[in-house]
Design a protein around this ligand. Structure first.
Ligand code: NI
Length: 153
């Protein structure tokens, strides 16, 4: 795989993710219970905070450094997600959407500028990127689609 192939995988998964909530009204976006207590808005915020984490730590990996472990910093991924859920719970939908857009654009810019060698092998950079993008979005795409399907009946 080269950089262009990785970027195109991300773009495809991103567009599927966006399609999963397309056409929902603002109040539907705010309904709890899509995934656990989470609404679509909460899921969008969650996917964005993981892109923000990628933006924070991919440059560390590019510089040959080692990002700190979530287990050490927060007591694990679930604890970090819980902390962020709490932090983001009152952020209005339009702000979540704006942040989503700017974060994703910043991430794609970082990828377009990253050295080609990072994409050709299973580097720590590529692995981290995958976890926060095209292996992450589809989980939430599927959950939103399933929720929408269940509401039709
Ligand atoms: Ni997730």
């Amino acid at each position: 795989m080269d950089g262009a192939a990785v970027i195109s995988k991300i773009e495809k998964a991103w567009s599927d993710f966006q399609s999963s909530y397309a056409g929902l009204s603002e109040s539907e976006m705010m309904m709890p219970g899509v995934t656990g207590e989470w609404s679509v808005r909460d899921i969008l915020a969650h996917v964005t905070w993981w892109e923000q984490e990628a933006l924070k730590y991919l440059p560390v990996l590019l510089a040959g450094g080692k990002p700190p472990r979530y287990s050490v910093m927060y007591g694990g991924l679930d604890a970090f997600n819980a902390l962020m859920t709490q932090k983001m719970k009152d952020v209005p939908l339009d702000k979540v959407l704006r942040e989503q857009k700017s974060t994703h654009a910043r991430l794609m810019k970082l990828l377009r500028e990253a050295p080609e060698g990072e994409f050709e092998r299973e580097t720590r950079f590529r692995r981290r990127l995958r976890f926060d993008t095209y292996h992450h979005y589809p989980v939430h795409t599927a959950a939103i689609l399933k929720w929408r399907e269940g509401r039709k009946t």
